[in-house]
Design a protein around this ligand. Structure first.
Ligand code: LLP
Length: 416
């Protein structure tokens, strides 16, 4: 559930009319709803119940410091994949001791920065990474807390680009090799083995793969205990899907209670979640204006001022996101449109074959754009990136200014 609803014939973000925000801040424009973000985070908190847990929001989904700050105020932890994301968490007032550091290619510099800040855990993805972390920690006179990302070889049944838990994927360590890798980690003097983690993919709409993965990790934890390696936390990753169209993903409550059931006799095991999309996707929209309608023999195009550089999911994953008018109208005929952007690529579309009653100058909204929207945006075609707003009841806060033309060449230089 989100807080983008129609009232009196037009779309509102909480108590603010989207059309007014577009008039004031221009388009393309990302708008996030604080109440929705909080609601989604609390759903995970409530679902985890009294089992010891830590909800580490996956920063990659939306890394604006205002978003991170709203979550930090609720006590969230954070899942990061770079020093840049960690710096954002710190800037936003997040607690480094609640940070887990994922990612396949952590550099020595990134490790040192995270060790200095005292993060909760490094989610290590390869044997060589263990050696590097052991060395960096040793040089700093520190002990690095370590979890090993295990690839449980479970088919998440999602888009191949966002499926991560199969043998063929680059992520994690094959579950069969995990005991040996743990033995190595335990033998390294500057590492402290504390956890097991996995992340099998994103936009999962079924509980079964999560449970399969969990069962494999629990068996591994028992096996490690026999080797004398005591695991204190189990990080189940992110991946819970959301409704873009007619998907019916499990509610966090159903998801977490299925996990909790399996952990009932292990109250000592801290349960870590890394949700990104489930918290942010439906907490954000992208507002865009129709520049031109271009009827064609085969296709009608609605050419809008947002493009694949603003929201790449449709182009990259053929992702479907709802596109709705800010002010629905009946005075123009409905037609089937491809909603396309100004970029010089055939793949630049936000939606295809959408039935809309629209005219030039109308405002449209791409829904479910709060996750993997702005964070995946670029300046392709020298397009300044969109502004970002957060609404909070009847207040709207500019949380990232629209980029200027001059900012496009910031850091560049011509030859002398
Ligand atoms: N933890 C790890 C280690 C991850 O790699 C990811 C996402 C998450 C947590 C958060 O997953 P979520 O709860 O958001 O599903 N750009 C793609 C999604 C890529 C996901 C990458 N990893 C998209 O727009 O669909």
């Amino acid at each position: 559930m989100d807080h983008f609803n129609y009232q009196d014939g037009q779309l509102f973000a909480e108590q603010t009319a989207v059309a007014e925000l577009a008039a004031q801040y221009g388009t393309p424009l990302y708008i996030y709803s604080r109440a929705t973000i909080e609601r989604h985070f609390q759903a995970f908190e409530a679902a985890a119940g009294d089992h010891p847990h830590l909800v580490c929001y996956a920063v990659k989904a939306n890394s604006n410091i205002a978003v991170l700050n709203v979550l930090a105020r609720l006590g969230a932890g954070f899942d990061i994949v770079s020093a840049g994301e960690l710096a954002r968490v710190v800037e936003a007032g997040g607690d480094p001791s609640k940070v887990v550091f994922s990612g396949v290619a952590k550099t020595a510099d990134e490790m040192a920065y995270a060790l200095e800040l005292g993060i909760h855990c490094f989610n290590v993805e390869s044997s060589q990474e263990l050696d590097r972390l052991n060395q960096v920690a040793g040089e700093m006179g520190k002990i690095a807390p370590v979890s090993i990302r295990v690839n449980p070889d479970v088919d998440a049944k999602t888009h191949p680009y966002i499926s991560t838990g199969l043998k063929e994927n680059k992520f994690g360590i094959a579950i069969a090799e995990a005991p040996a890798t743990y033995a190595k980690a335990a033998s390294l003097p500057n590492l402290n083995v504390v956890g097991v983690d996995c992340h099998i993919g994103s936009q999962l709409t079924d509980i079964a793969p999560f449970i399969d993965a969990l069962d494999r990790l629990l068996a591994l934890i028992d096996n490690l205990a026999e080797q004398g390696i005591k695991i204190r936390h189990l990080d189940v990753g992110g991946g819970l899907g959301v409704t873009y169209d007619d998907e019916t993903p499990p509610h966090p409550e159903a998801y977490a209670s299925a996990l909790r059931e399996r952990l009932a006799d292990r109250p000592e095991l801290l349960l870590v979640f890394e949700p990104g999309r489930a918290i942010m996707a439906n907490a954000g929209i992208l507002v865009t204006e129709v520049e031109y309608l271009k009827p064609g023999e085969e296709k009608n195009f609605a050419i809008v001022d947002a493009a694949m550089n603003d929201l790449i999911r449709p182009s990259l994953y053929s992702a479907w996101q709802a596109i709705v008018p800010v002010k629905p109208r009946t005075d123009v005929p409905e037609a089937i449109y491809d909603i396309v952007g100004p970029i010089c690529e055939t793949g630049d579309f936000l939606g295809k074959d959408r039935s809309l009653a629209i005219d030039q100058g109308d405002l449209l909204v791409v829904r479910s754009a709060g996750a993997y929207g702005f964070t995946m945006s670029s300046n392709y075609n020298s397009r300044p990136r969109a502004a970002e707003l957060m609404v909070d009841g009847s207040d709207a806060h500019l949380i990232r200014a629209r980029e200027t033309r001059e900012s496009l060449w910031q850091g560049e230089a011509v030859l002398p």
